[in-house]
Design a protein around this ligand. Structure first.
Ligand code: LMR
Length: 397
């Protein structure tokens, strides 16, 4: 049966983790996979998570099944976190939520729902987008196309070209948007640009599908959810996939949500019933541990405050690193301006390196980044900034 299966190449992002582990050089620096690292280069368990986890373990009386839609307290807490407590769409019962197996699972559930409603749908993603969007969205049979997004000259968004492309889409096209901390470019949309996109989406009758994987790591918990809240207030339909991997540091626990907003409470309920069936068919139900932790943090004022402080520290470290990186790179490469890195947000930026230069950085300098030249800024720290800058200046010259 299996003799015809060929060995596939490694995943473009996850494959880097293994290559990095195997590199024995003491100088190696991992700027590949998008996990946050502190000033010591660690991805620690947040203190809010540790405390919540202790409470969860003490109080847990059973390991029996929860439900295909997941942990109800978690789902509701996540609705309030994403949409803002008291959002009119929540008050009207127009948002229904299913827990995902992480943000990836939530994205896939959203794609499956679109496919169930309209199997020939086309999803339009930014050019470029996160590599794993492609298999997640097309794996259930949806078509994929792209709209212009990143401008490598300015390091910002090609907003006019993007709006023009959206304006030309047939109605009911699905548009995947990154709420904040755009992956892989770090180039985010301003509030004014989001308003422009909203106008086109409304005029053309498009379905926005927002991927919010970094809430709180860009401009703040509320600011990063600006588009979710605006669109939910102004549009009849919206899908939002949220991840708790990065902002709660819960990567391996696979906690996330898919929020479904339709015109009425009864339609949202119908869509949720479809999702529950889809989840049952795919994996039955999501894991509970991470969801229970997040739900505990968000329900407890002291834990929530602690989490917000820890998240704020992560955000500030990224902002500080970006500034320092620009200062050093501009000094080391006087013919280039890396100022765009400080204007971008979250963990990622494009260095502007070709695939060949990326390979040289890896083989000659033990710097690991994805082949498109994306760096995870959080992988930098006081001890490696200088060698990183020197290597980049040498290779990009
Ligand atoms: C990344 O973009 O590196 C992260 O989102 C991790 C992943 O699963 O790809």
């Amino acid at each position: 049966m299996f003799e015809r299966l060929e060995r596939l190449p490694d995943d473009p992002i996850l494959g880097l983790m293994a290559a990095f582990r195997e590199d024995e050089s003491p100088d190696k620096v991992d700027l590949g996979v998008g996990v946050y690292r502190n000033a010591r280069g660690e991805t620690p368990v947040l203190e809010a998570v540790r405390r919540a986890e202790r409470i969860v373990l003490e109080r847990q009386a059973t390991k029996t099944y929860v439900a295909p839609a997941g942990n109800a307290a978690f789902n509701q807490a996540m609705e309030r976190l994403a949409f803002g407590a008291g959002h009119p769409a929540l008050a009207a019962g127009r948002v229904r939520t299913i827990q995902g197996v992480g943000g990836c699972g939530a994205l896939r559930l959203g794609a499956e729902l679109v496919h169930a409603a309209s199997p020939r749908s086309v999803v339009h993603v930014s050019s470029p987008t996160w590599a794993n969007h492609v298999p997640l969205l097309t794996g259930c049979g949806l078509q994929l196309e792209s709209y212009p997004y990143y401008d490598p000259v300015t390091g910002g968004v090609r907003i006019d070209a993007m709006l023009q492309a959206l304006e030309a889409l047939p109605s009911a096209s699905v548009v995947l948007l990154h709420a904040s901390c755009h992956n892989p470019t770090g180039a985010d949309l301003s509030e004014e640009q989001w308003r422009g996109i909203l106008a086109v989406i409304r005029r053309r009758g498009l379905l926005p599908f927002i991927d919010m994987a970094y809430q709180g790591l860009g401009a703040g918990v509320d600011a990063d959810a600006f588009a979710v809240r605006l669109f939910a207030a102004e549009l009849p339909e919206l899908l939002v996939a949220v991840s708790c991997s990065k902002n709660f540091g819960l990567y391996r626990e696979r906690a996330g949500t898919l929020h479904i907003l339709t015109e009425s409470a009864s339609r949202s309920q119908a869509a949720l019933s479809q999702e529950v069936r889809i989840a049952r068919r795919l994996y039955s139900m999501p894991p509970d541990h991470g969801a229970a932790i997040v739900s505990q943090i968000l329900a407890d004022e002291a834990l929530r405050d602690l989490w917000q402080r820890e998240l704020g520290d992560m955000r500030e470290r990224l902002v500080g690193l970006r500034r320092e990186l620009v200062r050093r790179l501009n000094a080391a490469c006087p013919t280039r301006d890396f100022g765009f890195i400080a204007a971008q947000r979250g963990m990622f930026s494009f260095l502007g390196a070709s695939a060949q230069q990326v390979r040289a950085l890896r083989t000659d300098h033990h710097l690991y980044m994805t082949e498109d030249g994306r760096i995870n800024v959080a992988g930098l720290r006081a001890e490696n900034l200088e060698s990183f800058t020197r290597a980049v200046a040498q290779v990009l010259r």
